[in-house]
Design a protein around this ligand. Structure first.
Ligand SMILES: [Zn+2]
Length: 232
């Protein structure tokens, strides 16, 4: 019996190690580890680049599909080249009487994981799989709409932000002519400045070289530090 005890102990220890490994990695508590060369990211706050870009950060409120705030702060960040392109879009829209209202930009990986976990199977196409991360996690995706310069109000689009239905498709043919015109106007200006629309969400756009940036899990509160490091 005495001889068996160390064997049992060692086998228990091994089980514990394996369990911890899967708990931390296999089950996806940590962001995926990506190999390869990446650009040094520089997340910048969108409103600091252009104060006429509005924010409607619904993930910092209860008004979102999670039904509760998932951000502590109502802020939006993008990698600098993407933010600069967004400023160009906003300028081009001004002549037409519109501006941009941003719902979301950079999103920490932990929030992508949360969205995945709470979304039922049939709607998973509307959320990113945390195993691969989201382009939002790389600071290269932005969710946004238009506001009217005259009133400051968000325009009506064929479907609502984060609505999980066919009305979210950028080629959805329902809604009013005016709603489709505005949706297509947003898309054409974004595409002319290096963004690509997501094929099931009229509000989601990816910036050109998103693959060059790493998946990040840094909180909004800590981003300042990152930018400082980037500035040397
Ligand atoms: Zn998005």
């Amino acid at each position: 019996m005495n001889l068996l005890l160390p064997k049992i102990r060692s086998s228990l220890f091994r089980t514990l190690i394996v369990f911890c490994f899967f708990a931390l990695n296999g089950c996806g508590i940590n962001p995926p580890h990506e190999k390869g060369a990446f650009k040094k990211g520089e997340l910048v706050e969108i409103v600091k680049m252009d104060t006429s870009i509005h924010l409607d950060i619904r993930y910092a409120t209860g008004n979102n599909f999670a039904g509760r705030p998932v951000y502590n702060q109502a802020r939006a960040f993008l990698q600098k080249p993407a933010a600069e392109a967004l400023v160009r879009v906003n300028n081009e829209l001004k002549d037409l009487g519109y501006g941009l209202t941003v719902f979301d930009g950079y999103r920490p990986w932990s929030v992508t994981k949360l969205f995945w976990d709470i979304t039922p199977e049939e709607n998973k196409k509307f959320v990113a799989n945390p195993k691969n991360g989201s382009r939002h996690n790389r600071g290269c995706a932005v969710d946004l709409t238009l506001y009217e310069l005259a009133t400051g109000k968000e325009v009506a689009m064929p479907g609502d932000y984060d609505e999980m239905s066919e009305r979210s498709y950028p080629d959805y043919t329902g809604g009013t002519t005016e709603q489709r015109r505005l949706r297509d106007l947003l898309r054409s200006k974004m595409e002319a400045n290096g963004f690509t629309v997501y094929n099931v969400e009229w509000w989601h756009f990816d910036y050109g070289d998103w693959k060059s940036y790493r998946i990040e899990n840094i909180s909004f509160e800590d981003i300042k530090q990152t930018v400082k490091n980037g500035e040397k």
